[in-house]
Ligand binder design. Sequence first.
Ligand SMILES: *[C@@H]1O[C@H](CO)[C@@H](O)[C@H](O)[C@H]1NC(C)=O
Ligand SMILES: *[C@@H]1O[C@H](CO)[C@@H](O)[C@H](O)[C@H]1NC(C)=O
Ligand SMILES: *[C@@H]1O[C@H](CO)[C@@H](O)[C@H](O)[C@H]1NC(C)=O
Ligand SMILES: *[C@@H]1O[C@H](CO)[C@@H](O)[C@H](O)[C@H]1NC(C)=O
Ligand SMILES: *[C@@H]1O[C@H](CO)[C@@H](O)[C@H](O)[C@H]1NC(C)=O
Ligand SMILES: *[C@@H]1O[C@H](CO)[C@@H](O)[C@H](O)[C@H]1NC(C)=O
Length: 573
Amino acid sequence: MLKALGLLLLVGAARGEFTVLERRDSPPSGFSRVGPSPPDTVLTLRLALTQNDISGLQERVYDVSTPGNSRYGQYLSKEEAESFVAPSEDTLNEVNSWLKTNNLTSSPMTAAGDWIAVSLTVSQANALLAADFSTFQNADINQTVHRTLSYSVPTTLKARINTVYPTVTFPAAKPPSTTNTKTSTIPRRSLPTTSISSDCLGNWTPACIQELYGIPSTPATSTANTFGVSGFYNEFADISDLTAFLKTFRPDIDPNTTFSLISVDNGINNQLPAGVGITADINTQYAVGLATGVPVAFISTGTGSTGTIDVFSGLLDQSNYLLSLPQPPQTVVQGYSVFETDMPPQLAESICNSYAQLAARGVSYIVSTGDYGASNPMGGIGCTPWAVPFPSSCPFVTAVGGTEFNADESAESAVNISTAQFASGGGFSNLFNRPRYQDAVVSAYLKTIGATSMSPFNISGRAVPDISAMATGSPIVLQGLLSQGWEGTLFSATIFASMISLLTSERIAAGKPGLGFLNPLIYQNPTAFTDIPTGSNPGCTLTNAFNGTVGWDPVTGFGSPIYSKLRELSNKF
Ligand SMILES: *[C@@H]1O[C@H](CO)[C@@H](O)[C@H](O)[C@H]1NC(C)=O
Ligand SMILES: *[C@@H]1O[C@H](CO)[C@@H](O)[C@H](O)[C@H]1NC(C)=O
Ligand SMILES: *[C@@H]1O[C@H](CO)[C@@H](O)[C@H](O)[C@H]1NC(C)=O
Ligand SMILES: *[C@@H]1O[C@H](CO)[C@@H](O)[C@H](O)[C@H]1NC(C)=O
Ligand SMILES: *[C@@H]1O[C@H](CO)[C@@H](O)[C@H](O)[C@H]1NC(C)=O
Ligand SMILES: *[C@@H]1O[C@H](CO)[C@@H](O)[C@H](O)[C@H]1NC(C)=O
């Protein structure tokens, strides 16, 4: 019996057995199948090949990022990082000979060769991958894409290929922009319990944020570092809006201070009224407005080879582009966020591996946790409870949640959904294990709330956020007009990243490397943050999910940053 079975398997393998690499039951809500894709349509597929030593790279990230380690600050060069992620000789040979058998050739998409691109027709792709490429339409956003619900690779190549993109991944719906609310109408009064100017409560201008966290207004001591601000979705950053913003809110600095452009996938930054993006305006106004004197670069990520606006290919192309630079920006802020449940696991892993490479190169990659709480707090279709935001759930980024400080509050607290109408993202990953730097505090938190493996969230996953900062009631200039009461964790991430870029400047002026991947430093030094034990981040249909606690919690992490204490640490190591 056993012998016969063995023989059968062998015959199967000889005939070219396939193994399903990824599949999904149906397209995501919004998309419906129109029919088969025209067989002659040309697709460009990207293949993520297995990297030869990603766990070695991750170990190195912890070495170079952990204060006290003998390798602290010894970031890898471009070539050194690439040597960990390049596919093995065997992987390259086997994948290329498979493509050759199918009359296809590939071209490398990264210097390491871990991503390759193959151009082919739909009929070739269907044969190559045992796929069923079909036309899917999303009427809501008038988008038509060619995707397959399942694809396979030869069984012998299963361990050589991590993912093929785009196949089962559909473009993520663009999250609604941060909302302009009524917070500017909240009456302001002085409170005896706080030393913060009463005018700030509910109207968090750059000067107020500087006062709250102790951020200096004096210019950075070195201009040899760059603070990159990530942009997607053809949302552009308007220079005249920035000038007007600086005139109003930073009268002490040159109003002509601006930013440079890093173009990814032919991304542009036109200055037409229709191109003004709220996210891009918020990001650049608060980056230039708080990181005084630090050169800011707006990273405009175009549509790339997919031709559609898609945050997945955007995230991928952007990190691969930054990795292609001999010296990527030392600080990057990334304000777009999706739910991990909307990410195919292999693609999330590949993108997270690129953040590990950026960490190894000494980049502080700072992301916002999104504005949807521990799931979509307003409930509705597709609401998945206990959902965690990505890229926040990647262990190699610093995830920043949101706080508020209104006139009726005596201290900063977590964003309150009742008044702010949004909630700060947080929770536990289902894709990434809890990294060691947060093991002690997260275990302690889980013990406090009595969580077990029966809890509805994944107690073994990477926990989010790491820290938090102000997310409500800030003014911006939009299309020439002053507009108040803006909110979203985008502000939080930009505020914290501005602080880190100022400290990075100071280190570079002192001949030291930048701060790199921040989490090992943060988790060793919780006292550099003001603990925020109040508030919650609700889940679906406004039910309670996580609550603030004393110490780290999945609502505000360790709390909000204290510049003077971070500076002490920054100067110490
Ligand atoms: C590849 O091209 C050769 C020569 O044109 C042809 O005989 C063969 O059938 C092709 N193979 C595939 C898989 O298309
Ligand atoms: C939808 O997209 C197509 C192709 O891009 C365009 O021609 C058409 O005008 C769009 N329709 C709407 C309603 O926007
Ligand atoms: C800013 O630029 C404008 C236009 O080029 C110029 O007229 C103005 O003098 C500049 N302002 C400062 C403070 O340099
Ligand atoms: C929980 O997270 C781990 C990764 O830390 C993952 O391997 C596991 O599948 C997750 N469990 C569920 C039920 O999703
Ligand atoms: C949130 O705001 C509501 C409405 O003002 C208030 O009743 C509630 O106590 C607040 N929650 C917290 C945790 O402060
Ligand atoms: C948060 O508090 C609410 C209300 O007390 C409770 O129902 C919920 O279980 C708490 N959440 C966690 C994760 O402990």
